[in-house]
Write a protein that binds this ligand. Structure first.
Ligand SMILES: NC(=O)c1ccc[n+]([C@@H]2O[C@H](COP(=O)([O-])OP(=O)(O)OC[C@H]3O[C@@H](n4cnc5c(N)ncnc54)[C@H](OP(=O)(O)O)[C@@H]3O)[C@@H](O)[C@H]2O)c1
Length: 308
């Protein structure tokens, strides 16, 4: 990554110009920069999520005006002080939600909502395992599950992150997948947890199925790819009699109305306290390379945002 100066063209058609107040950092950005999502394109502006104020609108924009507060979740080109974006990719940002909270919660909050509300029914008294319980999405899912009255077992990658997982509502914290498998067996009398939310990916679902870490008739929601894209073997799923879901937010949030409806639900959860206090770590945009480096060394926890 390198910083450079570019002029923002005058918006045309349904384009909107935004002065960006906060930019969401996502693990996706690291995967993309490393060429694991798609081929690297020279000159590509990193980032897919941000929040700010409308500063100009194209001639066919009807739903936003100069001065409006807005956010977006899936438009390449977020690591910038200002940018153009199609108006149907924006949602209106209410005055009671800061730009930093919006940049923290748009992708990660909608993922947490999809995984832990839309796709499964979390009930008080259930036991859930959240891997990457100190990461961005993992933090929000752990907090949401604890808020719903579930008993949360959090798994993290190092001792240093134990405290963060506890602050995210985990009653028990394990370090590494082997420890998670052993602790779940012990804590559930060998029955397994009701639901696993997994951000590690690669062969994690297979290991959780084969070890009985998810209960029979339970569910693994495989949302992330910290160690590689998730693969679950249909035979392992069948042998355990469990379900494995692999949701991707862009497949559920496709239209402007999907986006605005989803964000209304995410912000309602935030206002109801389901995500607890959101206070992301803030980096200047010029330090994006440092943030990526720290994330790749697994030295970062919680949610990070960039400010221009
Ligand atoms: N399904 C969707 O629609 C959707 C939407 C958004 C994000 N995601 C995915 O969700 C995951 C989390 O995203 P995020 O933005 O919240 O990321 P994040 O805050 O950077 O968290 C990623 C976590 O992954 C863990 N990790 C990193 N490298 C690992 C490795 N080699 N082996 C095992 N664990 C590793 C780290 O936890 P420890 O160091 O504690 O192990 C870290 O806390 C990413 O894989 C992202 O692509 C999916």
């Amino acid at each position: 990554m390198q910083a450079e100066h570019r002029e923002v063209p005058v918006p045309s058609g349904e384009q909107v110009e935004i002065a960006q107040a906060a930019i969401g950092f996502n693990f996706f950005d690291v995967l993309q920069r490393r060429g694991l999502i798609s081929e690297n394109e020279p000159g590509r502006v990193m980032g897919i999520e941000g929040a700010g104020r409308v500063t100009a609108v194209g001639p066919r924009v009807t739903d936003f005006a100069v001065g409006d507060r807005v956010g977006y979740l899936k438009s390449q080109g977020a690591y910038a002080g200002a940018r153009l974006i199609e108006s149907d990719l924006l949602f209106p940002l209410p005055d009671d939600v800061s730009f930093e909270v919006a940049a923290a919660l748009t992708v990660k909050g909608s993922t947490a909502w999809l995984c832990a509300v839309r796709l499964v029914e979390l009930e008080p008294g259930q036991t859930v395992l959240v891997t990457t319980a100190a990461g961005g999405v993992g933090s929000l899912i752990a907090r949401l599950a604890a808020h719903r009255g579930a008993r949360v077992i959090g798994s993290v990658g190092s001792d240093a992150k134990r405290k963060v997982a506890r602050e995210n509502g985990a009653a028990d914290v394990t370090v590494g997948l082997n420890d998670a498998i052993d602790q779940v067996a012990w804590l559930t009398n060998g029955n397994g947890v009701d639901i696993v939310f997994d951000g590690i990916g690669a062969d994690t679902a297979n290991r959780l199925l084969e070890s009985g870490t998810v209960r029979k008739d339970g569910t693994i929601v495989s949302f992330g790819a910290g160690a590689g894209f998730p693969r679950a073997d249909p035979d392992a799923i069948a042998r355990r009699g469990a379900a494995v879901l692999a949701p991707q937010v862009p497949n559920y949030v496709q239209t402007a109305s999907d986006l605005r409806g989803c964000m209304a639900k995410v912000l309602a959860l935030y206002r109801a306290g389901a995500f607890g206090e959101i206070s992301p770590t803030v980096y200047p945009l010029s330090e994006a390379p440092l943030l990526h480096d720290q994330v790749e060394r697994r030295a970062v926890s919680g949610i990070s945002v960039l400010v221009a």
